[in-house]
Write a protein that binds this ligand. Structure first.
Ligand SMILES: [Zn+2]
Ligand SMILES: [Zn+2]
Length: 209
């Protein structure tokens, strides 16, 4: 599996390109900004995009969806719980003091335990609310599972819960109920910052011990 991680935008959101070598089908997770960079990497690997997915509706994760959709023709997907946030991306832009990005129609809502296939690979959707009502994590069953955790779980920290629709109780329940039961060597690629593993977070994350 091809895995490219690109920190994009002012908040350095980790955008991820996942590609299947054989069929050249790809999924793009969290194209927050800098779609030119994402497009260049897709071109470098000769990939065509099957789906554009977002872990949640914050502007740093969804800001580039419309431009990437126009570039690739791929459908845009996020969880319905964060649809109001995407519709109000202009408010988020105002709040951060950045230009309002172009928006588009969300083509499909992600649901818990749904599978998104790309070539012979697939991603499983897990609803992990708390950072926002519609926050999801994506799990790729690789040699060891790879978890794309969005802003739910970080190396040594967890997502903030003081923004619209956030809940500390819920994020802890999501992490402990959905993410921590995965094998210790599962790799976690958070929405910001360095990668970690489930084992490291279970034993050392101050929010979880
Ligand atoms: Zn966020
Ligand atoms: Zn973020």
């Amino acid at each position: 599996m091809i895995i490219e991680t690109i920190p994009v935008g002012m908040l350095l959101c980790n955008c991820v390109i996942l590609g299947d070598e054989a069929t050249k089908r790809a999924i793009v997770i969290d194209p927050g900004d800098e779609v030119d960079k994402i497009g260049a990497l897709l071109e470098k690997h000769g990939l065509s995009v099957t789906a554009i997915v977002a872990t949640h509706g914050h502007i740093d994760h969804v800001g580039g969806i419309a431009v990437l959709k126009a570039l690739t023709g791929a459908p845009a997907m996020l969880h319905e719980g964060d649809a109001p946030m995407y519709e109000n991306v202009a408010l988020q832009a105002q709040w951060l003091g950045v230009p309002t990005p172009e928006t588009t129609q969300i083509d499909k809502y992600l649901t818990d335990r749904q599978h998104i296939e790309f070539g012979k690979h697939k991603l499983e959707v897990r609803h992990t609310p708390g950072h926002s009502p519609g926050s999801v994590s994506f799990v790729a069953p690789h040699d060891v599972p790879i978890i794309f955790a969005g802003d739910t779980l970080f190396a040594g920290s967890i997502g903030r819960t003081d923004l619209w629709g956030g809940s500390f109780e819920e994020i802890i329940r999501s992490i402990k109920g959905t993410l921590l039961p995965m094998p210790d060597d599962s790799v976690v690629l958070p929405g910001h910052g360095p990668r970690t593993t489930i084992g490291i977070e279970r034993t050392t994350n101050p929010f979880l011990t």
